[in-house]
Design a protein around this ligand. Structure first.
Ligand SMILES: [Zn+2]
Length: 484
């Protein structure tokens, strides 16, 4: 039995705009229920929608950044269905002339880089929110969110594992943050994803395709991986129970239960024609002019894949390190600031991804918001790289104090007496003692055995409680041993 996993993704991105998609109501999270509404977003008779230019421009920017092809003319369509959180009884969306077709998204996993094909990108309005009160058994609706601009990005089923699904969502979130079109915050619901999963099972010369299952209610990057992993296993087990009859199981939408780590049936899938799409009669088609396109294009910055490759070339970083740095553009900016302040790129990347990131995690913040001035970190890295302080002392003693006090690393080093011994006379005396006490190693080195030097170095380091500057010690020893 051979199993091929096919996963496609539908992601909704809430655009960060001042006002809603078709009215002037403010877009804001956490306002008192139904305080940000008007006749347009409540769908009252006689009200007319007017498209938000900034939302269109942000969506077009996204389409260009994904490499989609925007049409010459785009239009809105009505998607008809009834649901309490949809006051008009239809959603204004885009059907056959979306803002973007095609395009790709590059993802990085442990196995390397993969290019995922996109099917389309379109603009639509968000629904309101149903609030179910378990205590009273009553439900209420908050229409503050109704009419918020959303971009929906649909991929081809090119993802082949839970890890790739997670990498896809991470890459997409990174991209919208680079474009500055959305906060991309999954907890606040401004990034929502619905993976669809099915399997192609080759068994005894037959190819069996399991029904496509869409999963909803996923609120974190980690949970998308958990949900997909569970669903793949569930479909394999369903096939093992039902055999070829598995193809007769109806397509369904399942929800993800984060506590149990399982998926459950929410509802059977509606076919596309059930929505009775037709062109929105209140909004004329919109021509995407060349001027408009270039306005959007000008907003596309250096994107994560390009930046990652530049970090690899310019700073000689490995793919994985470069990718992790570029996942958050503030972290990538911070890295560049540390390098600009004079730090060598490799140690800078290493410090940021390990030591600095650990402190950020402990304080539940990000590297960029930790408050560690880039010049200060560069100075600390320089102290270590030039051998003036041992790395362990820098990591364990100096860095935490710098974070607490914001003090200069060199001053902290001096105050705490952590500087390495660099006193020429003192180190020369220790080196002479090392040569005297290790006659064999000294003779071996003179005979051409470079490695013998480490025994002599070790002696000096022990004599100085590890504080001697190894570079100075090495040059003194080399000088002493070349004399005779
Ligand atoms: Zn409104």
């Amino acid at each position: 039995m051979k199993v091929v996993v096919l996963i496609g993704m539908e992601v909704h991105v809430q655009l960060r705009t001042q006002s809603k998609m078709f009215c002037r109501c403010q877009v804001r999270f956490g306002a008192p229920p139904n305080s940000l509404v008007c006749p347009v977003c409540l769908g009252l008779p006689g009200s007319l929608p007017v498209p938000n230019r900034e939302a269109l421009l942000k969506a077009l920017t996204a389409a260009l950044a994904f490499g989609c092809t925007p049409p010459a003319v785009t239009k809105f369509d009505r998607k008809n269905y009834y649901y309490p959180d949809l006051p008009k009884g239809y959603q204004i969306s885009q059907y056959d002339q979306p803002l973007g077709k095609g395009g790709t998204l590059e993802i990085v996993t442990q196995e390397g880089v993969k290019v995922v094909r996109l099917r389309r990108l379109h603009l639509e309005e968000d629904t309101g929110k149903n609030l179910h009160d378990e205590g009273t058994g009553r439900s209420r609706v908050d229409y503050n969110r109704a009419g918020t601009p959303l971009v929906e990005i649909v991929s081809e089923p090119d993802l082949a594992s839970p890890e790739e699904t997670r990498a896809y969502l991470t890459a997409l979130r990174t991209l919208v943050q680079y474009l500055d079109i959305s906060d991309g915050n999954m907890q606040e619901g401004n990034l929502r994803c619905e993976p669809n999963v099915n399997l192609h099972i080759e068994d005894g010369g037959k190819l069996i395709k399991t029904p496509i299952i869409e999963i909803k209610n996923i609120n974190s990057v980690r949970n998308v991986e958990r949900a997909v992993r569970y669903e793949i296993q569930r479909q394999i087990e369903e096939y093992q129970q039902k055999g070829a009859a598995v193809t007769e199981v109806e397509r369904a939408t399942r929800g993800f239960d984060a506590d149990k780590g399982t998926t459950f049936v929410m509802r059977q899938k509606e076919a596309a024609h059930d929505y009775r799409y037709f062109p929105e009669p209140d909004i004329p088609p919109i021509t995407i002019s060349a001027a408009w396109r270039s306005e959007a294009q000008a907003r596309v910055p250096e994107l994560p894949p390009a930046r990652r490759r530049r970090f690899m070339q310019e700073h000689d970083l490995g793919e994985y390190d470069a990718d992790v740095l570029c996942r958050d553009h503030h972290t990538a900016d911070y890295f560049e600031a540390v390098v600009a302040a004079g730090s060598a790129p490799k140690p800078a990347a290493n410090w940021i991804l390990t030591e600095v990131a650990r402190h950020a995690n402990e304080r539940e913040t990000t590297v960029a918001q930790l408050g560690l001035a880039s010049a200060r970190l560069a100075a600390l890295i320089d102290l270590v790289e030039s051998g003036r302080i041992a790395r362990t002392a820098a990591v364990k003693k100096i860095l935490p104090l710098m974070l607490d006090s914001g003090e200069d690393p060199e001053r902290l080093m001096t105050t705490l007496g952590l500087a390495r011994l660099d006193d020429e006379n003192l180190l020369r005396a220790a080196a002479e003692a090392a040569v005297k006490n290790n006659e064999k190693a000294a003779a071996d080195y003179r005979a051409g055995k470079q490695k013998a030097l480490s025994a002599l170095m070790g002696f000096v380091m022990r004599e100085t409680q590890g504080k001697a500057n190894p570079d100075t010690v090495r040059s003194i020893l080399e000088e002493l041993l070349s004399e005779e």
